[in-house]
Design a protein around this ligand. Structure first.
Ligand code: ACM
Length: 774
């Protein structure tokens, strides 16, 4: 009798406390800024409230650029927070002031400062660029959470400047291209991270994407290729080519759009390799006299421009149009992965080498790059190339080296007196997965997590301070072999852009992972408001299963350890009120439980979308390809099936150099059967120096088979599953075989026979063991 009223009373008190706290809240959200500014000076107390109808005043002596910056800031606040401010060109009291003045009293090196207090927020800068960055920071001050409308900003000052001048992002539009509208979105989002260079990879073996008026075949022929695997879903069918390029008008529009956001577009025209699409258009530019197709192979192709006057003349003409389109001081000319087999085989090229008195083919590439560098120099531009340009031996001092072989290229470049940009593989290569989970989209398998990117140190060890001054900055690269759509691009880029933007902008002393990750929920809320389809891999719940008597023990975790994992077992979607995960769950093995889990902040903001696992005894006996190891690491990839044409397609982890997988510690007690789900993929790889080492195994039956061996790949064969039936299907096929009586835990080695280079790779999607015979 007594209990119930007390319980109700407690609930009422709790509701009253919560209600009054909400009505009279005095907590002002902490500043949550990315990249972290150089100097933060929060006041002890006080806040400025910004609400609908507040005035934004521009004090800039009528400078139209400043007015444009304020207008775009106001539009962004309306679109992303539903906060409707009014811009005034000048005069009167503003809740917010944008103040442009070359003589305003801020440190000369500061980009901008923001002063918050006495009912006003004042952004001051010497330059339009500084004013723009101040506006970006102010936008973040006004979006500290996922809320809408009015917001309180804690008093204090922010004084800021970048650590590095080059804060780059490389977009590969050759392998897969993006629409002009989507590139504009990417430029907007880069600007909101204070990035300032869009390195645009426009030409490669698989497509030439830039209109060059003097050479129309570069785009009538070079911008079209036959589809590669899943491209058929984009073009409408396997017989419809993949074609597209940017007109010069579109390029001018993008250059203008980027400049308005203080981003320089640096074009890349690849020389002398990655030139197959150009040579498909103009075969006389190559050394064989033959016309290749525009490449349908990922990897490294052998078609190089001939190192002669004709190619140089062509390239100079192309660069004339490139320089007319792109005002950038820097022009990137590639230089990477120029595999010299065709040059070495050509009597003309060998004669040229001799005539020029050069020691080897690398020196001949150096001669070509040197000639192009001199041409750019004569036109007031500066050459950039990938770090292979250092191997030619004759690089002009003015050339800038982009280091992708780790940071070693930058160290060598700086030692030789060149400026350098750090864009090391693999950590800043965004075509790598962000976690080892099976729900990651196709990408290269070594994990480069949000934290890995954040912890990248842009101060290579061993440089003197003079050499360190040669490091211009940091760049991350998005290669798009496995990014056919803009949705995939976004997933690969975000939220990792937040991490490398902070590395590139913030002072070394401000780099602090625990601080960064605390600032991420606000950033994710901004991404949502902007419509960015970011990866939630850093917060996604992951399931670890173990047998525990009659139960299955399930541990839940996430990559960063941030947030609260909440779960349901009744099939419903987890909410901030679902059970919080605190210790391993014990679920029955003899029935199937649908376990769903999602990650939330304390405030109930969703950090990771729900993940679902069906848990029962069979789940311990099943592995997908991501849960298997590859036997070797020749060319491990996570690639997508080319079928079904529409809808989601399976993704497989496979070493395309050796289609062989290991299930380590498979529990084999009482197991009597094995079931495989397998797929067929087209072979679209040409990687010269590994092509010859691709493992081909003899086939025992006409369609080949998957063989299963015990303990090692040379151990006893315990099953053979013929693929003849599977070979007839473009979709997945299920194969079954009985197993001999086995005991204990053993490694299973599973490999496909046959030679994938003949056209088809056989891949394993899942392996399932069962106690019943099929
Ligand atoms: C490169 O990744 N080939 C620069």
């Amino acid at each position: 009798m007594f209990r119930t009223p007390l319980a109700i009373w407690l609930v009422l008190v709790a509701a009253l406390v919560a209600g009054s706290a909400m009505a009279t809240t005095t907590t002002v959200p902490a500043w949550s800024l990315i990249p972290q500014p150089a100097v933060l000076q929060p006041a002890a107390s006080g806040a400025v409230r910004v609400a609908d109808g507040d005035r934004v005043v521009v004090e800039a002596n009528g400078n139209q650029g400043a007015y444009g910056i304020a207008r775009r800031f106001v539009a962004r606040m309306a679109a992303t927070r539903g906060l409707h401010l009014r811009v005034h060109a000048t005069g009167g009291h503003g809740r917010i002031v944008f103040h442009l003045d070359p003589t305003v009293d801020i440190q000369p090196k500061a980009s901008y400062r923001i002063d918050i207090g006495q009912g006003q927020i004042r952004v001051s800068a010497h330059t339009l660029r500084g004013l723009f960055y101040g506006g970006v920071t102010l936008g973040q001050l006004l979006t500290p959470d996922a809320g809408h409308g009015a917001v309180r900003v804690a008093d204090g000052s922010v004084i800021d400047h970048p650590r590095f001048a080059w804060r780059g992002f490389m977009l590969d539009s050759a392998r897969h291209f993006q629409s002009v509208a989507d590139i504009k979105k990417m430029i907007d989002w880069m600007a909101l991270h204070k990035l300032d260079v869009l390195h645009w990879h426009l030409t490669d073996d698989q497509g030439w994407r830039l209109q060059i008026k003097r050479y129309p075949k570069l785009t009538t022929i070079g911008a079209c290729r036959k589809v590669i695997g899943p491209d058929a879903a984009l073009t409408g069918g396997p017989d419809k080519p993949y074609c597209g390029f940017y007109t010069q008008d579109q390029v001018r529009e993008l250059v203008r759009y980027a400049a308005q956001r203080f981003i320089t577009i640096v074009p890349e025209i690849e020389i002398p390799g990655h030139a197959q699409a150009a040579i498909a258009a103009y075969p006389e530019l190559g050394v064989t006299g033959r016309r290749p197709e525009v490449s349908t192979d990922w990897g490294i192709n052998a078609w190089l421009y001939a190192p002669d006057q004709r190619s140089l003349h062509f390239l100079e003409n192309v660069l004339d149009e490139v320089m007319a389109l792109f005002p950038s001081r820097y022009i990137h000319v590639g230089g990477d992965e120029a595999y010299k087999a065709q040059w070495k085989a050509s009597p003309e090229v060998r004669a040229r080498l001799k005539q020029l008195g050069l020691k080897d083919m690398d020196a001949l590439q150096g001669w070509m790059i040197d000639r192009i560098g001199a041409y750019l120099d004569a036109h007031g531009r500066t050459l950039i190339g990938w770090d292979e340009i250092l191997s030619g031996g004759s690089l002009p001092k003015s050339a800038v080296v982009m280091s992708w072989h780790g940071v070693s290229g930058a160290v060598k470049a700086a030692e030789a007196g060149h400026d350098a940009i750090l864009s090391p593989s693999p950590v800043l290569y965004l075509d790598h997965v962000q976690s080892s989970a099976h729900d990651e989209p196709p990408a290269r398998p070594s994990v480069e997590s949000l934290k890995d990117v954040y912890m990248f140190n842009p101060s290579p060890a061993g440089l003197t301070s003079i050499q360190a001054n040669h490091i211009l900055g940091v760049q991350a690269n998005l290669w798009t072999e496995y990014m056919p759509t803009f949705a995939r691009d976004q997933f690969a880029v975000f939220p990792r852009m937040a991490a490398w933007a902070e590395v590139a902008w913030s002072p070394a002393a401000a780099i602090d992972w625990s601080s960064f990750i605390r600032r991420m929920p606000a950033q994710l809320a901004r991404y949502q408001a902007l419509g960015i389809r970011y990866a939630d891999s850093a917060w996604a719940p992951r399931f670890t299963l173990a047998r525990q008597g009659d139960d299955i023990q399930v541990a839940l975790s996430n990559q960063t350890g941030q947030g609260e994992i909440r779960y349901t077992t009744d099939g419903s979607t987890p909410t901030p009120h679902s059970s919080a995960y605190t210790q391993a769950l014990e679920l029955p093995a003899n029935k199937t439980t649908m376990l769903r889990a999602a990650t939330f902040t304390d405030a109930g903001q969703l950090l990771a979308a729900p993940r679902t696992r069906h848990i029962d005894a069979a789940s311990l006996l099943t592995r997908n390809s991501d849960q298997l190891a590859t036997c070797t690491q020749q060319i491990p990839l996570r690639i997508e099936d080319d079928r079904p044409l529409h809808g989601s397609r399976p993704v497989y982890k496979v070493d395309i150099g050796n289609t062989c997988w290991l299930w380590k510690n498979a529990p084999l007690d009482g197991v009597r059967a094995i079931t495989l789900r397998v797929g067929n993929l087209p072979w679209n790889y040409k990687i010269p120096y590994v092509f010859d080492s691709v493992v081909a195994r003899p086939q025992a039956t006409p369609g080949g088979e998957i063989d299963v061996h015990l303990d090692t790949c040379d151990g006893p064969r315990i099953a053979r599953l013929p693929l003849a039936g599977a070979a007839k299907s473009m979709l997945q096929t299920t194969l079954e075989a009985t197993l001999p009586e086995l005991h204990g835990m053993h490694t299973l080695c599973l490999f496909a026979t046959g030679d994938p280079r003949k056209g088809t790779i056989r891949v394993i999607d899942t392996v399932r063991l069962s106690h019943a015979k099929p």
